[in-house]
Ligand binder design. Structure first.
Ligand code: ADP
Ligand code: ZN
Length: 743
């Protein structure tokens, strides 16, 4: 068979779900389906004795060995994955060393919901007369189902009505799969009518930024911006205005947020502006809701997509603008399965789609800031708040030498106590921030000193008094406390350490008349609790809110006039080259919660390291100063953004086998590196990470480091061919490109 002869008769299909140890599968296109098979459409293909759905990834031109089977049916008239999205999948697979089938399966909603489980279906697309005739010939049962649905009142059909009309579930399912019908999902909370939403007049700085973005969108090509606006400077208004301009230009908008649960307020603002045109995508959606949102985006009904990291793969067909809000946030890094960074992919997607990307933050990441300094992003600035008040004044309280204040609730210093009381007396709200990492309570035997460790992870279990349970913060292993110490048998287990619960209780005891509330992962796990806590906080009912990282972002509460950081040092004492940057960002973001209303705000930061650059710069709201130093340090040390990292993590149940495999792999990497022009400093390790064992599996890791991205990727690919990534392999290799966490 000649090359051109084979071309367009064979296709490479990504099966859903992927077939283990295979990437794409090749099929023949039968003559009658020739016109309808295009990259991005879904097809039905035989696989073993089953028929499966798959996505056409590309035409193929080489005959694979073995028997070649044919596509059975084509499910979409228009590509289910628009061209730029399919291209993004390819890019993602290449860059993150995953298979294309795996990437496609990760981004496409899990499965078509079974219509028998649906309350009702509605007609999604009308067929032309020719299409109807064709359908009647090809699939008579489906054609009949289509007719009944198309003729139903409001073109909607409930399951009982379908049964009454003698239409089987299989036919309905096929209609949905073909994009002709869609399930009617429970009515969403009614969005405010767009006209009702308040619309402030943009400040000159906001106007300049919004116009620059809108002009770039109107230009029709790719452009990228870094919007650096201080906390409360009105960045949201800028991208809402830019989004309006994008819609007016007939193109679509994707707005990425770090965590949807924490950005409820923002989602409401977007809904208030764009009403039913908004689709929301996040990992908390059930398959049915996810599917429904995908349909609304694909059909063009929803032209503004708001979502967490997976929304970077939203199937918008004419993408014009991608905004990444709080672009510095580590939540954009997916840490399980396909380990991608949605912020970085947003830039790639925009490039592939000929769209504009805006990265926005009050504390841009070192990576994005350096890119802006290099001219790879255009820098837009919002240096002031539109409201009456400037950034809050920050008092740094030096805890050194005050050993009395160090333990327990005494972590509230005299200065902080005074500030808190003054703020309570003035009727202001106070945010008390604890860094979760490091704030926990442990049970320890006062007799022999033994602590209770997780049986599966190398960490101590945290004591949650309210739940009466010991919980592992890594695997959520939970157990009741034992009556006696398992090591020495003495009944002398005592609680040590400080946690949010203790701080909350202590503040309650000190200020019995104040309303004290707490927001952290534990509190938020109770159904509806998070919403209630934030509602009371916003309404001003709560006087003091004790919280972890969850309270540091996203909330715009005008009544907050005091923010207290109990111990700034905790995020500094972490073995991670980003520790200083993270601490700075955290402090600036938390401090930024204060003084957003008409009354100026105040911030008290307690620390044992007042002279540390992260603390000192945050106290002066000095982003540029901090970043200049930080970038110098990174350049000297050879860390990102001046080099790229790839972390090779091996894990398995047999610790010795993992170590052996790690040493062997490191040796192989060292031998290979020079061929790729990499020096010996580019392979670091192997070493056990600080967290040696998680969920019963021992870990070892090798760090690859270089400025040469291609060589690095080639080296990592060689590692992949040496070791499997399958979860059940005795020693498994997880490749983390541009890692964010190396614990
Ligand atoms: P950021 O996202 O930069 O933290 P927001 O967009 O949430 O800031 O804006 C902070 C506050 O300022 C919000 O309450 C918002 O309604 C208000 N605001 C934004 N722009 C203006 C403006 N031009 N005039 C008056 N208030 C504004
Ligand atoms: Zn554990």
């Amino acid at each position: 068979m000649t090359h051109s002869h084979a071309m367009h008769r064979l296709v490479a299909i990504a099966p859903l779900p992927p077939v283990p140890r295979h990437d794409l599968l090749t099929y023949r296109i039968p003559e009658p389906l020739r016109e309808r098979v295009r990259p991005g459409v879904r097809v039905r293909v035989p696989l073993g004795r089953q028929t499966r759905t798959g996505v056409v990834a590309a035409f193929a031109d080489t005959l694979p060995p073995g028997e070649l089977r044919s596509i059975v049916d084509v499910l979409d008239a228009d590509p289910f994955l628009p061209a730029d999205l399919l291209e993004l999948c390819r890019w993602t697979a290449r860059y993150y060393l995953a298979s294309l089938a795996e990437v496609i399966a990760t981004i496409v909603p899990a499965s078509v919901p079974r219509p028998s489980e649906e309350r009702a279906l509605r007609l999604a697309r009308r067929l032309s007369a020719e299409e109807e005739t064709a359908l009647a010939r090809r699939a008579p049962a489906r054609a009949r189902a289509y007719h009944v649905l198309a003729a139903a009142p409001d073109t909607q059909l409930t399951s009982p009505a379908a049964r009454a009309a003698g239409i089987g579930a299989a036919a309905l399912r096929a209609l949905v799969a073909a994009g002709l019908a869609e399930p009617i999902v429970r009515a969403r909370a009614t969005a405010a009518a767009p006209e009702d939403a308040p619309r402030p007049t943009l400040t000159p700085a906001q106007r300049t930024a919004a116009d620059a973005i809108a002009q770039a969108v109107a230009g029709g090509g790719h452009a990228s911006f870094l919007l650096h606006g201080i906390t409360g400077s009105g960045k949201t208004e800028v991208f809402l205005a830019a989004a309006e301009a994008t819609l007016a230009a007939g193109r679509e908008v994707v707005l990425l947020v770090p965590e949807i649960a924490l950005t409820h307020q923002l989602v409401e603002r977007v809904r208030g502006r764009f009403g039913s045109e908004v689709a929301v995508l996040h990992s908390g959606l059930g398959p049915r809701e996810r599917w429904s949102e995908w349909r609304r985006i694909l059909s063009g009904q929803a032209r503004v997509v708001v979502g967490a990291r997976s929304a970077v793969f939203a199937p918008a067909r004419r993408l014009g603008l991608v905004v990444v809000d709080e672009e510095h946030d580590a939540a954009y890094k997916q840490e399980e399965g396909l380990r991608y960074n949605a912020r970085d992919l947003a830039v790639v997607r925009a490039r592939l789609a000929g769209a504009v990307v805006v990265l926005a933050s009050a504390t841009p990441s070192a990576e994005s800031y350096r890119a802006a300094l290099d001219g790879r992003h255009r820098l837009l600035g919002l240096p002031e708040r539109p409201t009456a008040h400037p950034l809050p004044a920050v008092d740094v309280v030096d805890l050194r030498g005050r050993t009395d204040d160090r333990k327990g609730p005494r972590l509230v210093s005299e200065e902080l106590r005074r500030a808190l009381e003054a703020n309570l007396a003035a009727g202001g709200q106070t945010l008390v921030f604890l860094n979760r990492r490091g704030f926990a309570v442990y049970l320890q035997c006062a007799g022999c000193g033994a602590a209770l460790d997780c049986p599966l992870c190398s960490v101590t279990l945290a004591w949650h008094r309210a739940a009466g349970a010991l919980i592992c913060h890594h695997c959520r292993h939970t157990r009741r406390p034992p009556a006696a110490c398992p090591a020495c048998g003495a009944s002398a287990l005592e609680a040590f350490g400080v946690g949010t619960e203790q701080i909350e209780a202590a503040l309650r005891a000190c200020y019995p008349l104040a309303v004290v509330d707490r927001l952290d992962r534990d509190a938020a796990q109770r159904l509806g609790a998070q919403r209630r806590i934030l509602r009371d906080w916003r309404a001003g009912t709560t006087d003091i809110l004790v919280g972890t990282q969850m309270v540091s972002k996203g909330h715009d509460v005008p009544g907050v006039t005091l923010v207290a950081v109990l111990l700034a040092d905790l995020s500094l004492n972490v073995p991670d080259f980003r520790a200083a940057e993270r601490t700075f960002q955290l402090l600036v973001q938390v401090a930024g919660r204060a003084g957003r209303g008409d009354t100026p705000g105040r911030v008290v930061v307690q620390t044992f390291r007042p002279e540390h650059p992260s603390v000192a710069a945050a106290a002066h709201h000095d982003y540029a100063g901090f970043m200049a130093r930080e970038l110098d340090r990174r350049r000297t040390l050879g860390y990102p953004p001046f080099a790229r990292l790839v972390n090779l993590r091996l894990d398995g149940q047999d610790g010795a086998a993992v170590e052996r495999a790690a040493r062997e792999l490191a040796g192989r990497m060292r031998r290979r590196a020079p061929e790729l022009g990499l020096g010996e400093e580019s392979v670091v390790g192997p070493a056990p990470p600080p967290l040696e064992r998680v969920r019963g599996r021992w870990r070892w890791q090798i760090l690859l480091r270089s400025g040469d991205v291609r060589a690095l990727r080639t080296l990592a690919a060689a590692a992949r061919s040496a070791l499997p990534g399958a979860t059940r392999a005795p020693v498994r290799l997880v490749i983390d490109v541009d890692p964010y966490s190396m614990l």
